[in-house]
Ligand binder design. Structure first.
Ligand SMILES: *Cc1c(COP(=O)(O)O)cnc(C)c1O
Length: 410
């Protein structure tokens, strides 16, 4: 049985070049990057080359990059490092749990947190962010692209609002890097997160961009690694892998256009299934939500979604059941955030967008990667429609498209 992997927003396979770059740093070049002898100097140089590569991807100085143990740690470091008791934090209802739960923890520590809602297209309105500002606002943390819907947030507008108000702006760009341009000057952010394994690098390594002059309190203490911003012996092989992945993440290779073409075909064909639709802003004229997207002021000169993601509901089915049924046929997809699957609660992102819980539970995320091919899309198209039809036959709630046209009811 062939296997097709359409869950790249959960994790991506490392590219062969990434693996090759990492290999020598497990044994041959094993030095501690803090040692002054030859072995240490060798790994130190490799870490600094990787730092240059990540800085080149983000358009910042190498000295502004802090390597971390992944995206979650970078998000935590940004939030815990900047906010203190008495401060207000502004975030959104659709953040990854690495941001949401860090903010909840800061509430327990005496911060006030404002959670900005999203519209039906899954986007934050910058005007809401501006209205939420208080004299004690210290930090705005709004993600660049959502992991469940792929919807791109108006980060440049939010960056301007933050700069005018003199508050720090952090953006979780884990799902944006490698898919759309991520340049810290264009965004106007002070802090930005990326993760190795979401851009065809290794798991367990990430980076936080920290704009020069940002006052960041460390979260872990020890040696003076990472300019005293993140203590602990560097994960040299992981950092080298992240650096190589960053080098290959530039959009000049056209991977983003290729993914968009594949994603658009997949989406267009799947939407032929009755009582289905895309969750989130979309540029695809065949989708049910297109009328609501047209001419929206947020769309001016901005991509609506990253090119690899489509989140689709099939009314009357249970998303978990569909994921399992498709897995048996060799297609890996997801009901949303990997960390929350198995949970009974419907996706917090889809619920925040105003989907009724039963439609949120009937939704599936397809997320493509650089390795996917046109054949992969055809395989998905050969198994998804029949599986949806079979699950609907078994469904006690499915009585045909007309009975579940929730769209009309909204
Ligand atoms: C995966 C992900 C993270 C967490 O990154 P890890 O490296 O897995 O800790 C954070 N934010 C978003 C949007 C993600 O998709």
């Amino acid at each position: 049985m062939g296997r097709v992997y359409f869950d790249n927003n959960a994790t991506t396979p490392a590219l062969p070049e990434v693996l090759e770059a990492m290999r020598p740093y497990f044994a041959e070049h094993f030095g501690n990057a803090s040692s002054i002898h030859h072995h240490g100097q060798e790994t130190r140089a490799a870490v600094e080359r990787a730092r240059e590569s990540v800085a080149a991807l983000l358009g910042c100085r190498a000295s502004e990059i802090v390597f971390t143990g992944g995206g979650t740690e970078a998000d935590n470091l940004a939030i815990f490092g900047v906010a203190q008791a008495g401060d207000q934090i502004i975030t959104s209802t659709i953040e990854h749990h690495a941001v949401l739960n860090a903010c909840r923890h800061m509430e327990e520590k005496g911060c006030a947190v404002t959670y900005i809602p999203v519209d039906g297209r899954g986007a934050v309105d910058p005007a809401d962010v501006k209205r939420a500002l208080r004299p004690n606002t210290k930090l705005i943390s709004i993600m660049f692209a959502n992991n469940e819907t792929g919807v791109v947030q108006p980060v440049a507008e939010i960056g301007k609002i933050a700069a005018e108000a003199g508050v720090y702006f952090h953006t979780d760009a884990v799902q944006a890097a490698g898919k759309i341009p991520v340049r810290v000057e264009e965004i106007g952010c002070d802090l930005l997160t990326i993760s190795g394994h979401k851009l065809h690098g290794p798991q367990g390594v990430g980076a936080l961009y920290v704009r020069k002059g940002t006052e960041l309190e460390p979260v872990q203490y020890g040696g003076r690694h990472e300019r005293s911003r993140r203590a602990g012996t560097e994960n040299v092989a992981g950092i080298v892998g992240l650096g190589k992945a960053a080098e290959l993440a530039g959009l000049e290779r056209g991977d983003d256009r290729k993914m968009a073409e594949l994603r658009d075909r997949l989406e267009r064909e799947l939407l032929r299934i009755e009582a289905s639709g895309v969750n989130g802003a979309c540029e695809n004229p065949h989708t049910s939500q297109s009328a609501r997207c047209a001419g929206h002021p947020l769309d001016q000169g901005r991509r609506l979604r990253v090119p690899n993601t489509t989140n689709i509901y099939f009314d009357g089915i249970d998303g978990e059941a569909l994921v399992i049924a498709l897995d048996l046929k060799g297609l890996a997809v997801s009901t949303g955030a990997a960390c929350s699957s198995g949970a009974i609660e419907p996706s917090h992102v889809l619920v925040a967008m105003g989907l009724p819980p039963e439609r949120a539970r009937a939704s599936i995320r397809f997320s493509l990667g650089k390795q996917n091919t046109a054949e992969d899309v055809e395989f998905a198209l050969s198994v998804v429609p029949e599986t949806v039809a079979r699950l609907r036959e078994l469904s006690p709630v499915w009585k045909g498209a007309a009975s579940t046209d929730l769209r009309a009811a909204r």
